[in-house]
Design a protein around this ligand. Structure first.
Ligand SMILES: Nc1ncnc2c1ncn2[C@@H]1O[C@H](COP(=O)(O)OP(=O)(O)OP(=O)(O)O)[C@@H](O)[C@H]1O
Length: 257
């Protein structure tokens, strides 16, 4: 599905990614975990073809970037990020915001076909907020807005869904409600790639984790093998105890004293 091979990404003489290799196969769901500034968003931008590597190759859905029309590939990739949320219009009704996902428009300037509105309502049901369809985006809580983005990204039936820190800024209640919807994506034929700093967001859906530290992948593979105290110490510089509970990893920090 996604293959990043021997990627180097150099900007202004800084080596932002250094020999990164990631292979994401069909049927897998990956979390990319790492500290602020470790290179996570840059990796996602390469997968979307918004950035190109200084060296190395990016293959997505069987196409090599640089030798294909990236815009065509992007139609098969859903991308949820804070910068997209900021581009949406807060005054638009929620059902319309979701419907625009069908065409990857930011806004409708003509009448929305009835069947597209019907599908938008279905997507809102899927993320459990059909009752908010007629409210404006701006009247929703942060968590509800994230759910709208998720519903919107599902409109175009993506083969890959990329989420960049989607739970940032959500309180415990909103985060858990949002993560439940992400976890439900296991029922669909979508490959999910999820970037976060927070280990407890690794829902049962996710099969694999890549840990990135200062532009290098320090561990990648099945989540049970990668999420070790030693790897987390290497990435975050903190000693922890990790416990699995109901399919999710939870950490306790060990006081260094
Ligand atoms: N085009 C660019 N030019 C110069 N520096 C860049 C460029 N893109 C990214 N960087 C730098 O590369 C580093 C990695 O950035 P990136 O946004 O990928 O990190 P991140 O892991 O997503 O961080 P965060 O968790 O804080 O969002 C940062 O120090 C950033 O300033």
């Amino acid at each position: 599905m996604i293959h990043l091979s021997q990627i180097h990404f150099i900007r202004e003489e800084r080596h932002i990614l250094n020999d990164v290799n990631v292979l994401i196969e069909s049927g897998e769901h990956w979390v990319i975990l790492g500290r602020n500034g470790s290179g996570k968003t840059t990796l996602l931008e390469l997968m979307n073809g918004y950035e190109f590597p200084s060296r190395g190759t990016v293959d997505v859905l069987g196409n090599r970037y640089g030798q294909c029309d990236v815009r065509e590939i992007r139609k098969k990739i859903g991308y949820i990020s804070q910068s997209l949320l900021e581009k949406l219009n807060l005054g638009d009704p929620v059902h319309e915001v979701v419907a625009t996902g069908e065409y990857a428009f930011l806004r409708f300037y003509q009448e929305i076909p009835q069947e597209v509105t019907a599908r938008a309502l279905q997507m809102l049901e899927r993320v459990r907020i059909p009752h908010l369809a007629n409210q404006t985006l701006g009247s929703l809580s942060q968590g509800e807005r994230k759910k709208v983005m998720l519903a919107r990204s599902l409109m175009m039936k993506p083969e890959i869904l990329i989420l960049d820190e989607p739970a940032a800024g959500l309180d415990l209640y909103e985060r858990e409600r949002f993560l439940a919807d992400v976890n439900d994506l296991s029922k669909q034929d979508i490959t999910v790639v999820y970037v976060t700093h927070h280990i407890e967001e690794i829902m049962p859906l996710f099969t694999h984790v890549a840990i990135i530290e200062q532009g290098e992948i320090i561990a990648a593979g099945r989540k049970e093998e990668v999420l070790t105290p030693a790897n987390i110490h290497q990435a975050f510089g903190i000693d922890i105890v990790l416990e699995w509970y109901q399919g999710r990893p939870w950490i306790k920090v060990i006081d260094p004293k």
